[in-house]
Write a protein that binds this ligand. Structure first.
Ligand code: AP5
Length: 225
């Protein structure tokens, strides 16, 4: 199963991606996570991406596309993948289409998580991420047992620099101007599934898996770590 997850910042893409990828036994590929890992490691890629990320802008296409092209050449994606955060504009969607056409493995579905902007701001202002294992918490919706400490690994929790409210507002503008058009693009290709991404996480997961089920047979077993 080859799926793209799309939705505004804070829609719950990362939260849902772990459960969906686990259910269908495919690797989750998050461009945001790859960029953040490179920023933490101080790589050239991280240095190229950081200014754009901190400002809430898209990293230039040539950087992002080269990174995704390399990731999609790895052997674990032959049976499918879940892309979280890519493509993010029509140019990236067209390149992805060409790349998958060359491989003879077209996309099966694009899952859109629909939430309004006020909910996005609530979710992102309360989000806390573990510096060590990257687990994502929420101060109200999914709080850790001890403030500032990750229940999973004991790591320190932090507020992402791009989750400051003014930057979130800018990211939403970038989403509306540059990413929302890919929703229309994939609707025109007949592979778009839109789901309501509000309500408890488990209910959103059920809607997502229900929408995607007709594209693939689920595996039994693996659970997200
Ligand atoms: P990226 O990391 O992809 O950020 P994003 O798309 O803005 O998405 P987020 O990670 O902020 O949110 P999410 O939808 O994953 O929500 P989450 O599950 O955490 O990208 C970051 C940056 O990298 C970009 O701005 C750009 O600079 C660059 N970049 C990445 N890809 C790129 C590309 N293709 N091209 C160019 N640049 C690129 O949930 C949010 C919070 O809500 C959490 O606290 C969670 O616990 C909570 N929550 C989740 N679901 C629920 C629920 N149902 N109810 C209540 N709370 C919930």
């Amino acid at each position: 199963m080859r799926v793209v997850l799309v939705g505004p910042p804070g829609a719950g893409k990362g939260t849902q991606a772990q459960f969906i990828a686990s259910h269908f036994a495919v690797p989750k590929i998050s461009t945001g996570d790859i960029f953040r890992a490179n920023v933490s490691a101080g790589t050239e890629l991280g240095r190229a991406a950081q200014t754009y990320m901190d400002a809430g802008d898209l990293v230039p296409d040539e950087v992002t596309i080269a990174m995704v092209r390399q990731r999609l050449a790895e052997p674990d994606v032959t049976e499918g993948f879940l892309l979280d955060g890519f493509p993010r504009n029509v140019a990236q969607a067209e390149v992805l289409g060409q790349l998958l056409a060359e491989l003879g493995t077209p996309l099966d579905a694009v899952l859109e998580l629909v939430v309004d902007h006020d909910e996005v701001v609530r979710r992102l202002s309360g989000r806390r991420t573990c510096r060590v294992c990257q687990h994502v918490w929420h101060l109200d919706y999914d709080p850790p047992a001890h403030a500032g400490v990750c229940d999973q690994c004991g790591g320190e929790l932090y507020l992402r620099p791009d989750d400051a409210e003014a930057t979130v507002r800018h990211r939403l503008e970038v989403y509306d101007a540059q990413t929302a058009p890919i929703v229309e693009y994939y609707a025109a290709h007949g592979i778009l599934i839109g789901i309501d991404a509000t309500g408890p996480v488990e209910e959103v997961t059920d809607r997502a898996i229900g929408g995607l089920r007709r594209f693939a047979q689920p595996s039994t077993g693996r659970q997200p770590s």
